[in-house]
Structures are given as structure tokens and as C-alpha cells.
Design a protein around this ligand. Structure first.
Ligand SMILES: [Ca+2]
Length: 459
């Protein structure tokens, strides 16, 4: 989930709600409450965080301010390979059960981590409006036992699993007259607790992360997801909703194998509606967040996504910054940058900020040959028929030991051609230009190629 869609609320953001005794008790005390209907909150009712201005100049920027609801599945990590992001889907027999069928392909592709959707009871079926955090039996994806079985099956193939942690807000059982889920068993939540340390989420009370009891109870829940359910790490949803020092607390108390935060800010745009060439402020904000959050957590590289998807549309010169390096977070802090092409918000059915669909393989050629931690989207891998092409690129990455800290030597960055040598082991090219001059030495041979992309390896 990212940010809201509709115009900001005229009223100021209320303080956070401090959850009391009943908040996170492992045995839900609210089992007598009517079960929420997944249709209660249609997606358009998703209101914006209070202090996000949507008065954007152009559609593109407005789209970036939006966010959605679905889920991705990231691929690998300990090998510095891609993470695999599994989106929300409704399938007969259950999504968790269905995902077991993907494990052979993911293991074969060298995936190290998968990012699974939020598992807790939620008034929104995708899981991003969680209520009873310990209730994993009412998810639309399947039951707690099915989830544990899925994670165990991934583990048997050496693949680790990330839980999608939605802790900016938490829904009560019922809505008040404004349509906000803030009636917790008859107790109205508005106006209590500390002021929010980040952006506000309108449809449900924001959690008071400054309350030490809340910190303890949420840490306990996340540790329970590790020890009882089997999760290895976390994907933090909407980290703009609370201060980075809060993320640092949860990282320290839960010691995940791997964690990544979703900090989704719009790029800066020029009068022509295109991203500015220089996005240093954007990636600098990501770097600041990572460091303030303790330096261990990683972040999705929204900078690289935004630049890359503009670049592949005849503006490949964008892929070199003023220092001759990659212009995204991978050019600044590659070990903490999770690169991606699309996720459940930006692509899939929502298409809030989609990568050009006919250029997706150019995007994967870039992120799978460059430093950072690449992630692969379920839709592209399984639904778009790109499994073979993507798997080849991952194999090349692994064969040559391309890592988060690999060195990039940019050989060409023109409108219709981007070429780079990585670690003096491989050379990659994207763009339609065919005349490459002498840029590929004679001791390099083609390792894989496709429409407007190629990778060579040294022999
Ligand atoms: Ca918040």
C-alpha cells in the first residue's frame, strides 16, 4: 500500500490511537463480533493520508501519489539475488495452496526470498486493513495452517519468506458515522494517544508507535510471525506513516533475516510532465530513511523505477548521473536498494504508475545485471510469459557473481542505447540502436538476448 487517492481531508490529522489491553492479545477477544464483509470498503473509499497534497499538476504525478492494495512477491536475497513478489489473487482452493505450485520454478530460477501478502484478518480482502493481527484464519489467502505449510515448503527449497507488515494503522470492528473503522468494541478511538510521527491514514486509526506498550505488543506479534508461523523477515508497508526511528525499534527487537520498507515518494517533474533528469533529492530521501532507521533495513528503489521507466521510452541518457554512475538509489547505497519493475500497486490490475508493458524486459535486463537487490514481480514471471527470459538473466547474474556492490562502468548512455560493463565480467545493452561500434570486445560472447536487449559475458 502506498498513499491515498482522494483529496485530503479538510480536518487536521487526529492524534494516534493508543491501543489498550485488548489490542494485540494472541487470542482475539473480538471473536463474537460480526465478521467483516470484504465488500465493506470499496477501493475508491481509500482516503489519503491527511497531509498529502493531491493538487498535482499532471496525471503522472497524481498517479504516483496514489497507491493501492495488492501484494507483491519478492525474490531472493541472501545470495543477493532477486526477491520474488507474490500478488493477491483469488483462486479456488486458496492462494497459499496454489503458491506451492510455483516453488519448483522459483527454486530453479535462484530466488532466495518471497514476499507474501499480509496474513492477518482484514476488512479489505487484500490484507492492508488489518484488525485482529493474530487471527490468520480469516484471510482470503487461506488459513494459518495452509500458510505454515506453504512457508515450510519454501524453506525445504531454501527460499525464505517475508511477511507484509501493515502497522501504520489498525481497523476496529465497526465504522463510525464518517466511515472510519474506529469503533473498537464500543470504544471510540479518536483523539487519544500521541501525535502521529508520520503520515496519517484516514480510513482507520493510526497506531501510536510512541507508546511503549504498543511497541512491545507489535514486536511480540512480529516475533510470533517468525517463531510460530515461520516467516524469516518483513516487508514494511507504508513506512511514511511513522518515523524511521520507529522502524529502527522494530528491526532491533525482531532481528529479521531481511527487511525492506515501502517509502513511496513522487519524483520531481518538469513543466513538460516528465521526470527531472536529476533525482538526487528523491534518492537522498530514501538513503536518509534507511540510515535513520538503523542502516540494516533496505528500501524499495522507487528512484530507479521512475527513472528507468522514463528512460526506456527513448531517453536512455537518463541512466547516468552527473558522476557517471547509476542515477537511482543503487548509485548511492546499492546494498540497501531493492530494485523492482512493478508491484501490486504500480502494475498488476491497478496500474497506478506502471512500467511500459512492452519494455518490461529492458527493465529486468537493467536491474538483474546491476548492483542492488533485484526483485521480480509474480505477474511478469508467471502471467506474462517472461519466466524463461527472466530466469536466464538471473542465471547470468549468479554465474558471474554480480552482487549488491558490483561495479558499473557505463559505456554508452544515449537516447536509444544504454550499455554498461559490470565487474569487467559482463556487458549489457538495452535500447533499439544496433550499431554498437567497438563497445563489445572480441573476447565477449552473447549470453542472452531478446527484443532490444542483450547481455555478453567474458570468455
Ligand atoms: Ca501514521
Amino acid at each position: 500500500m502506498g498513499q491515498g487517492v482522494l483529496p485530503p481531508s479538510p480536518s487536521p490529522s487526529p492524534p494516534c490511537f493508543t491501543f489498550g489491553d485488548k489490542t494485540l492479545s494472541p487470542s482475539p477477544s473480538s471473536s463474537s463480533s460480526p465478521s467483516p464483509s470484504p465488500n465493506i470498503i470499496p477501493i475508491p473509499a481509500l482516503l489519503p493520508a491527511g497531509n498529502i497534497a493531491i493538487s498535482t499538476k499532471d496525471k503522472q504525478r497524481a498517479k504516483e501519489n496514489e497507491s493501492a492494495y495488492f501484494t507483491l512477491l519478492p525474490l531472493s536475497f541472501s545470495l543477493r539475488l532477486p526477491i520474488f513478489h507474490v500478488p493477491y489473487l483469488t483462486v479456488s482452493g486458496g492462494w497459499y495452496n496454489s503458491l506451492k505450485n510455483t516453488i519448483p520454478d522459483l527454486a530453479n530460477a535462484g530466488i532466495t526470498h518471497v514476499w507474501l501478502p499480509p496474513p492477518s484478518q482484514s476488512v479489505g480482502p487484500q490484507g492492508y486493513m488489518p484488525g485482529r493481527l493474530y487471527d490468520l484464519d480469516t484471510s482470503k489467502y487461506g488459513s494459518q495452517n495452509e500458510l505454515k505449510s506453504l512457508i515450510e515448503a519454501f524453506h525445504q527449497k531454501g527460499i525464505k519468506c517475508l511477511a507484509d507488515i501493515v502497522i501504520n494503522h489498525r481497523t476496529a470492528e465497526r465504522k463510525d458515522e464518517r466511515g472510519i473503522y474506529c469503533i473498537f468494541e464500543g470504544v471510540y478511538s479518536n483523539g487519544q494517544g500521541n501525535l502521529d510521527t508520520g503520515d496519517h491514514f484516514e480510513p482507520a486509526p493510526d497506531i501510536d508507535h510512541l507508546n511503549r506498550r504498543v511497541q512491545k505488543e507489535l514486536s511480540d506479534w512480529m516475533n510470533w510471525l517468525k517463531t510460530e508461523i515461520g516467516f524469516d523477515g518483513f516487508r514494511f508497508d507504508f513506512v511514511k506513516g511513522y518515523a524511521p526511528r520507529i522502524t529502527k525499534i522494530y528491526m532491533k527487537r525482531t532481528s529479521p533475516n531481511f527487511a525492506v520498507g515501502e517509502k513511496w515518494d513522487p519524483l520531481s517533474y518538469g513543466q513538460d510532465g516528465k521526470p527531472d533528469a536529476n533525482q538526487d533529492a528523491h534518492r537522498g530521501a530514501l538513503k536518509d530513511w534507511i540510515q535513520t532507521a538503523g542502516g540494516v533495513v533496505t528500501a524499495f528503489d522507487f528512484t530507479t523505477k521512475g527513472i528507468l521507466q522514463a528512460a526506456v521510452q527513448g531517453e536512455l541518457w537518463r541512466l547516468k548521473d552527473s558522476n557517471g554512475k547509476p542515477p537511482g538509489l543503487i548509485g548511492l547505497l546499492p546494498a540497501n536498494a531493492v530494485t523492482f519493475i512493478d508491484n501490486h500497486d504500480t502494475g498488476s490490475t491497478q496500474k497506478l504508475w506502471p512500467f511500459p508493458s512492452d519494455k518490461v524486459m529492458l527493465g529486468y535486463t537493467y536491474i538483474l545485471t546491476h548492483p542492488g537487490i533485484p526483485s521480480i514481480f509474480y505477474d511478469h514471471f508467471f502471467d506474462w510469459g517472461l519466466k524463461e527470459e527472466i530466469t536466464k538473466l538471473v542465471a547470468i547474474r549468479n554465474k558471474h557473481g554480480i552482487s549488491t556492490s558490483s561495479k558499473v562502468n557505463i559505456l554508452a548512455s544515449e537516447s536509444d542505447l544504454y550499455m554498461a560493463a559490470i565487474d569487467d565480467k559482463i556487458i549489457m545493452k538495452i535500447g533499439p540502436k544496433m550499431d554498437l561500434g567497438n563497445l563489445v570486445p572480441s573476447n565477449y560472447q552473447v549470453a542472452t538476448s531478446g527484443n532490444d536487449y542483450a547481455v555478453w559475458e567474458k570468455h
